[in-house]
Design a protein. Structure first.
Length: 207
């Protein structure tokens, strides 16, 4: 049985999910400030999983990797075209730089990955970001959805590479077929379930 702890921080109030397994801790996404929070929790991260590389999800990735010596797993290799830090700077007038990190395991093209002693299904669902991947663990009934699916919402698609149609078709094909009881741990906001979103999410009423 896994135990979950959630950190929320950074400019976009982004969630970082600590997955506590027997003998291993995994971290899903690395928002600003999560490295210090992990130290407070006494966590020892054996792998960092990135749902996508927008700046708010990876600001502490390099620091987590440095402190824990853990591999970073992501759909694509590190790319400043994916972090959108320059776009943020253009809109906000504030300089923002994501510390560069190495992606040790590029997941692109794969459907499963063994991480922390469990087999995870990799659900690539672009539309919010080209590299968006959801990590689904069927035996635990949980999916880490990043910015794909939220409680009552879906990821924004007005960013470079975004596509509303692509996002919704990916949700329909890869998330909605999951069991109703599947917990969805998103990149922002509260957890939800596939069943609740199928019934009550206004973006999914046609599905």
């Amino acid at each position: 049985m896994i135990r979950l702890e959630c950190y929320t921080g950074g400019i976009a109030m982004t969630n970082g999910w600590l997955v506590r397994l027997e003998g291993a801790d995994l971290l899903v996404d690395a928002p600003e400030g999560v490295a210090g929070w992990l130290d407070e929790r006494g966590a020892r991260v054996s792998a960092l999983l990135l749902t996508h590389q927008h700046f708010d999800h990876v600001m502490d990735a390099a620091e987590v990797k440095k402190r824990h010596g853990c591999p970073v797993l992501a759909w694509s290799g590190f790319s400043r075209a994916l972090t959108l830090e320059r776009l943020f700077g253009a809109f906000s007038g504030s300089l923002l730089t994501v510390p560069e990190f190495e992606v040790n395991e590029v997941l692109e093209g794969r459907e499963v990955a063994a991480i922390g002693g469990l087999e995870w299904r990799l659900l690539h669902i672009p539309g919010h970001s080209a590299d968006s991947v959801c990590f689904h663990q069927p035996g635990q009934g949980i999916v880490f959805g990043g910015d794909v699916l939220f409680q009552g919402g879906v990821g924004r698609t007005d960013l470079p590479g975004g596509s509303f149609e692509q996002l919704l078709s990916g949700i329909q094909a890869k998330l909605l077929p999951l069991p109703d009881a599947t917990r969805v741990c998103p990149g922002h906001g509260n957890p939800t379930s596939i069943g609740d979103e199928r019934l009550g999410n206004p973006f999914l009423t046609d599905y």
